[in-house]
Design a protein around this ligand. Structure first.
Ligand code: NAP
Length: 213
């Protein structure tokens, strides 16, 4: 069964955008060793115009063949006339207000995101990329199998959080980490499997008592 991966850029304090929804402040941290890694390891996550500019327009999809966006995320491209930001992927946008779809290559749906993802997971193909944002990610948290966190070495203080949902701790296990020259890191986590006997995540609980965090 294919996986749902939340591949997303964040600050150290867990914000994916500034208070006005922009994320240009991340671009100051695109170091010489970092962008080529993104282009080679995750070429399908680069928007279509960026792929052309980077000379990777024809790069095959490596990990994902489908991208999911909330309308708040999709709107950033729309604002500059980019109606099909990931033309090399199947694009699904969740919205109750956006009708009809601004582009025939983009499926707009108001169906429950969990139902959509559960159905997509049953299909053949590469992985499913949850692009964002916080609202959609919060609803899809129960179905997220993998987090790929592009963490930039900056603290924002406020903005759009990684998830917007209630307090419900879920354990993830770090499976890979890559550190870049000026402190960018790409952290990959897999959802921690529940223990067969207790039903709770296998690494839950603090053996060091209430003061250790
Ligand atoms: N740093 C990064 O890598 C990165 C990546 C992606 C996004 N972002 C940022 O994230 C921000 C957007 O996040 P957000 O939380 O504000 O918005 P969002 O999750 O992208 O989109 C929220 C919208 O999606 C629609 N939606 C949500 N749940 C739905 C449901 N169950 N059924 C149908 N439609 C549903 C609604 O649209 P309607 O109101 O039309 O119904 C809702 O207003 C942007 O500012 C963007 O810059 C950052």
């Amino acid at each position: 069964m294919r996986k749902l991966s939340y591949f997303i850029g964040t600050t150290i304090d867990g914000f994916i955008a500034d208070p006005d929804g922009g994320y240009d402040f991340f671009f100051a941290h695109l170091t010489e060793d970092y962008a080529p890694t993104l282009f080679s390891a995750y070429p399908e996550t680069i928007p279509t115009p960026g792929r052309t500019a980077a000379g990777i327009a024809e790069a095959p999809n490596k990990r994902f063949d489908t991208v999911l966006q909330g309308r708040g995320t999709y709107e950033h491209g729309l604002a500059v006339g980019l109606t099909s930001p990931y033309a090399h992927l199947r694009q699904i946008v969740f919205s109750r207000t956006l009708t009809p779809s601004p582009d025939p290559a983009v499926e707009v749906t108001a169906e429950d995101p969990l139902s959509v993802v559960r159905r997509l997971k049953q299909e053949d193909g590469l992985g499913i990329w949850l692009c964002g944002g916080a609202d959609l990610a919060g609803q899809l948290l129960p179905e997220i199998d993998e987090l790929i966190i592009k963490q930039y070495p900056v603290v924002a203080g406020s903005g759009t959080p990684l998830f917007r949902t209630g307090f419900e701790p879920r354990a993830f296990t770090l499976t890979d980490s890559r550190v870049f020259e000026r402190g960018n890191v790409i952290l990959t986590y897999a959802r921690t499997a529940p223990s067969a006997s207790t039903g709770t995540p296998t690494d839950a609980g603090s053996p060091d008592g209430p003061d250790a965090c």
